[in-house]
Design a protein around this ligand. Sequence first.
Ligand SMILES: [Zn+2]
Length: 269
Amino acid sequence: MKIPRLLAACSTALLLAACETVSTTAPGAVGVDRTQTMLVSEAEVEQGATQAYAEELGKAKQQGQLNADPAQTERVRTIAGRLIRQTPVFRPDAAKWDWNINVQKSDQINAYCMPGGKIMVYSALIDKLKLNDAELATVIGHEMAHALREHSREAASRMRAEQGLGALAQIAGVDAGVVGLAGTVTQLTFDLPHSRVQESEADRIGLELMARAGYDPHAALTLWQKMGQANQGGTPAFLSTHPSDSSRLATLQSLLPRVLPLYEAAPRN
Ligand SMILES: [Zn+2]
């Protein structure tokens, strides 16, 4: 995180108009309350994500990899749907997002949710790790949390700040670079890891989403243990950006008392 540099950029008069400090989500029971500094608009990032996601869907479809197993797609959509119904706890507008949920047949262990709710789960994540529904809800909830917290918009803002005043025209919308933003979203989705702070936030919010949706939050621990074991046979794509270390497990364990009452009160369907 290079927030000081971003704040420094925001303090220049020219950039002030384009810069805002926001709280993208309510803290929830897990208490995520960090404020975020944004230089790029939500609409701009969503447009970029819509384009980037359409490109991924097109490529997968062309190769016969899109929703190749209808039963698996149905399973993923059911789990994601239950999680999505809980998102207004963190941000009411998420209920109106144009959520998309698809499965890509792939040997890679991976899953992502692009800005605005564009979810893709890779079949190997489910098949190779033999995930039960609650473990799958852990991964999908975690990825959804990155989108709810607008972590990609934050990262894109940081990239813009580092580009400096040369990018000012774009930031001001003079030449709103939707094409450029689509490339940035793709890069952020596949190549660049989220910061540790963002990862921790996604773990916390994802844990609350799954508990409220009626999935046993203990499954978050077995999921990350399975991820850690998969890592020993070569690094899967997801693991390269999501290390399954002891501090991650310890944090999740420590949060269980906050979310277990929500799980116990949740509907089972
Ligand atoms: Zn993550």
